[in-house]
Design a protein around this ligand. Sequence first.
Ligand code: HPA
Length: 247
Amino acid sequence: MTMLGIIGGTGMTQLDGLVIEREQALATPWGAPSSPLLHGRFAGIPLVFLARHGFDHDLPPHLVNYRANCWALREAGVRRVVAVNAVGGISGDCGPGSLVIPDQLIDYTWGRAHTYCDGEAEPLRHVDFTEPYTNEVREWLLWAGAAAGLEPRDGGIYAATQGPRLETAAEVDRLARDGCDVIGMTGMPEAALARELGLEYACCAVVVNWAAGRGGDIHEELEQWVETGMAAARRLLEFALSGEDAA
Ligand code: HPA
């Protein structure tokens, strides 16, 4: 069975229901990952969990060591990664509480260590990123979401913004004109680094607010949407893993 890694973001600094068997603090050539890796069983299936912002959620999106995180997961034997990311919704059908399995992304981040091809340790390679997410993993998540009665949105464009501030209304209008459906701060360079390492990778985006200027006060009810959205993501993962043999 392909070893699964889950990268939990805001609202998922731990994976409730994970029966932890071992904690692994891994050093990588790129520095330390955000947290030790938790090896354990979820829905009876072995997996590895990593808290993207650290167990205490004290690492802001632009300071996460994405290179160390992806590297550590691969070192630990992970070959398939599900990234859970809290996002803001832009498109009308991406309101708070919904789950989106994006099929595309646009990278608006800057100044982040975004490649292993540093001209020294790793030779230059231009990886194919036409389809930034692994379709087989996306299909698996969509199947699990449907089985769980969650109806995740099939596809959409994830806008990766720099943060940590939220966007202006005009910036969100521009992202909408670019065709983006949801916005988050951690989708990149993680997805590209996973591709450079040959990891299968897909994103489960959990909408926790309307994007700036798209209705409502961003912080109003945010905590509640984070909680219910992440509970839904956990349920989706449970179905995905329980149906591992059927998928
Ligand atoms: N913008 C960017 N990142 C986010 C948002 C948002 O509105 N909500 C959660 N992550």
